[in-house]
Design a protein around this ligand. Sequence first.
Ligand SMILES: C[S@@+](CC[C@H](N)C(=O)[O-])C[C@H]1O[C@@H](n2cnc3c(N)ncnc32)[C@H](O)[C@@H]1O
Length: 213
Amino acid sequence: MGGRAGIEARIAGLYDPEDGDGFFESERERRSVARRGSSSTYGELTFAGAKALFAHLRLGPEDCLFDLGSGTGKLVWQAALSTRVGRAVGVELVPSRHAIAEHALARARAKGWRALERVEFLHGDMLRADLSAATVVYSCNTAFPDRMLNRQLRKLATGRAGLRFVSLMPMDDNPWFEERSLLRLDTSWRKAARVRVYELVRPRKQGRGSPSR
Ligand SMILES: C[S@@+](CC[C@H](N)C(=O)[O-])C[C@H]1O[C@@H](n2cnc3c(N)ncnc32)[C@H](O)[C@@H]1O
């Protein structure tokens, strides 16, 4: 099955409605994320929104895309199936969402999809993830508290020069990133939401006394 409609249908075919859609987490999961200073509030870029984003980013084999807070993992699959990205990695803290992403991965494996060689899902806190391979980071961080946004920004600032950071939230002024583009993308909660693409122009040096988080 080719074409965009084909890709959307193929991704949908990886998910079993009985697993849930990821929009709800348990009270325990919500509290666990809050204890880490973040938010478990859920929402997704629509298929059309991600398609417009990927058209803008023009991902190639040299790119490694991270989705920080990847939920059920649809955006990661869309990147792998519709672009030439070298690797697409999702990082998700909520166990039930990560489990849905893993189930989808198992279905892709059963179907013998080659794209899964370029896909990975990690369960854990994005602030602890090894992002050294990342060339593009996307984060649907709309509901993150300010302190979490700052910690995310400081961590990403230790990345490689040229790293592109696609953020739903505008960044505070900082010495590391410059804004490159402002996109309007459809999300599950709003049409034409503002999405900014930043470029890391002056990476932050990590030395003694300058913690990454
Ligand atoms: C708005 S959803 C984004 C879903 C998906 N990336 C998309 O845009 O379609 C944000 C996700 O970030 C996750 N999250 C929040 N804090 C996190 C953290 N510190 N590490 C990893 N994931 C986190 C939440 O559990 C939630 O699933």
